[in-house]
Design a protein around this ligand. Structure first.
Ligand code: PLP
Length: 300
């Protein structure tokens, strides 16, 4: 873990132009539902999602799919929530509170993925519905600890990704899901096409883990347009929860009715600023931090 010299959230070439509008005090914010795993260290998973959703000015609803014990050096273990209990957390939220977008993170097993896919179809969550769905196909922590049973990859491919408005794998997840080892622009494009072919409306291939590149370039593909989003590569080892933060920010922008390309541009800016504001924690990788948002004026 290393410290940042730059003031919180200030990234050269990244502006505050696209912050989402905040609700007035007392005004009901838009809602985002996250269906994911908890991180007892508070860095990733539901904790990262809720932080980003709140600081984007939205209300976070949560369905816990798994409970992990973890800190900044690794995951000590996880406990799966019974699949029916996962679905039973989603139904009352949608019927009473209503959500503008949803996001999935760590789902751990085939059975939980099937329960989530079934309840999404039942309630009208996912691509081509009124409630867009961001699928972050979480498979392992940055330390290599597994967060998804290996036999659940087929359910990720054939039940979860076909429901995605946007799917946001990192490069390890791209390799597990598509078999493509992304090493350059050509393989990144092939991966975006392979993910789209699995049924996602839009696929994102994140370049953040392609450390040979001096920039972090994400590709976004809908079967027609291949869009590129580039940000500076930030020199920090504190990047725990970066993927969750990106996907949660994309879901927030979708809940505001932004188009998918606009939402991904917003998410990219949000995670870049949150990487610049990451802090040291424990002995390992500290979390990316959206707390920089607290320094922005309300009408920024
Ligand atoms: N733990 C949980 C519950 C997660 O959802 C994630 C997300 O991807 C991680 C850990 C791993 O985060 P990272 O790879 O940023 O360490």
């Amino acid at each position: 873990a290393n410290s940042q010299e730059r003031p919180a959230g200030r990234v050269p070439g990244v502006s505050a132009s696209s912050l989402l509008p905040l609700p007035a005090p007392g005004e009901t914010p838009r809602r985002v539902l996250t269906i994911a795993g908890t991180d007892s260290g508070g860095g990733a998973g539901i904790q990262a999602d809720s932080r980003t959703i709140a600081l984007c000015g939205l209300h976070a609803c949560v369905a816990v799919a798994a409970v992990t014990g973890q800190n900044t050096v690794g995951v000590s273990g996880f406990h799966e929530i019974p699949p029916q209990i996962v679905a039973d957390q989603v139904r009352p939220v949608v019927s009473d509170i209503g959500v503008g977008a949803a996001k999935t993170g760590m789902l751990a097993s085939t059975e939980i993925i099937e329960a989530v896919a079934d309840v999404a179809l039942e309630l009208g969550i996912g691509r081509d519905t009124a409630v867009p769905l961001v699928v972050d196909p979480v498979s392992a922590s940055m330390h290599g600890d597994s967060l998804l049973h290996a036999d659940a990859l087929d359910a990720v491919r054939h039940r979860l990704i076909p429901l995605a408005t946007v799917v946001t794998p990192n490069l390890d997840e791209v390799r597990l899901i598509t078999g493509i080892d992304v090493i350059d622009d050509k393989t990144a494009r092939a991966a975006a096409e392979a993910l789209h072919a699995l049924g996602a409306q839009w696929s994102v291939v994140k370049g953040g883990h392609l450390r040979t590149s001096s920039t972090s370039t994400d590709l976004l593909y809908d079967g027609d347009r291949m869009l590129e989003f580039t940000s500076p590569r930030l020199p920090t080892g504190n990047d725990h929860g970066g993927g969750d933060t990106l996907a949660a920010a994309i879901a927030c922008a979708l809940a505001h009715g932004r188009s998918v390309p606009d939402a991904v541009a917003f998410g990219k800016e949000w995670v870049t600023r949150s990487l610049a504001a990451a802090y040291d924690l424990g002995a390992g990788h500290g979390p990316v931090s959206p707390l920089w948002r607290l320094h922005e004026s309300v009408d920024a």
